[in-house]
Design a protein around this ligand. Structure first.
Ligand code: NDP
Length: 254
């Protein structure tokens, strides 16, 4: 039987922000394929949670920094779509997977730079390029950026520059895919207490105090602050939101 539900692919859906996005998307009646890099078990738990809620879900391994593996990933994705979801297409792509990396400009090595570049920019660019042919017209792309493209902290130059590139790329996606009715938006989270960057925010009360002091709503973010915004962007209600950067930071450094 042909699938009628919309389908979203969320990279890095095994934990943190991506997990919450996957769960919130499913709550909106959207089926979800999530990817993980190393944490297969965590990814499978998210899949089970979504299935228990009555939606279809699957998890696939993907290193978003390895562009050469994307062809094989697309083939795997097509197999899963046809086998489990009864269709050959997805409706939404959420480029969320990522790692932290903090060094002063004077300390950044080429290897450090390239790792961030591959995961946060080159990988997002070419994964999106490869998946656009698998997207239904009328769907959407959400790219996850960071508050650090608007405000500057020492040691985040390379990471923030890659995220800035993603914001520009998103506007070009919106422009070029508009004729197909595919929208593209950026969600830029503030400081969120996940495993990100060695869980430095979640494990440091001092950092939490610093973030709270510069946030209008007076606390650091949690994953649950962000997933619903991404899910909303994948609904018809958000059908006129296109080419935008939406910051989700509780009003950080206004
Ligand atoms: P987490 O560390 O909690 O989760 C990272 C997720 O990305 C995991 O699912 C992980 O998979 C996956 N991942 C990491 N590296 C790779 C890779 N090379 N290939 C594929 N998947 C990978 O981070 P967050 O949830 O906090 O971060 C999600 C996104 O949000 C990132 O893009 C980050 O830059 C951005 N962000 C985060 C902020 C924060 O304060 N937390 C603030 C602003 C933006 P696995 O579980 O298998 O390792």
């Amino acid at each position: 039987m042909e699938n009628t539900a919309k389908i979203a692919l969320v990279t890095g859906g095994s934990r943190g922000l991506g997990k919450d996005m996957a769960l919130r998307l499913a709550e909106k009646g959207i089926d979800v394929i999530l990817t993980y890099n190393s944490k297969a078990e965590e990814a499978q738990q998210v899949v089970s949670q979504i299935q228990q809620g009555g939606r279809k879900a699957a998890a696939l391994q993907l290193n978003t920094g390895e562009v050469k593996s994307f062809g094989a990933f697309s083939d795997q994705l097509k197999d899963v779509l046809n086998g489990t979801f009864g269709t050959g297409h997805i409706d939404f792509l959420v480029n969320n997977a990522g790692i932290g990396g903090y060094k002063l400009i004077s300390e950044v090595t080429e290897d450090f730079f390239d790792e961030l570049l591959n995961i946060h920019f080159k990988g997002v660019y070419f994964l999106t390029q490869g998946l656009i042919p698998l997207m239904n017209d009328g769907g959407g792309i959400v790219n996850i950026s960071s508050g650090l493209t608007r405000v500057s902290f020492p040691r985040s130059s390379a990471y923030a520059a890659m995220k800035g590139a993603i914001e520009v790329f998103t506007r070009y996606l919106a422009k070029e895919l508009g004729p197909r009715g595919i929208r593209a938006n950026t969600v830029a989270p503030g400081a969120i207490m996940t495993d990100f960057g060695g869980a430095h925010l979640r494990s440091s009360e001092e950092s939490q105090k610093q973030v709270s002091a510069v946030t209008a709503l007076g606390r650091p973010g949690v994953a649950e602050d962000v997933g619903g915004v991404v899910a909303f962007l994948c609904t018809e209600e958000a059908g006129w939101v296109n080419g935008q950067r939406i910051e989700v930071s509780g009003g950080m450094m206004l």
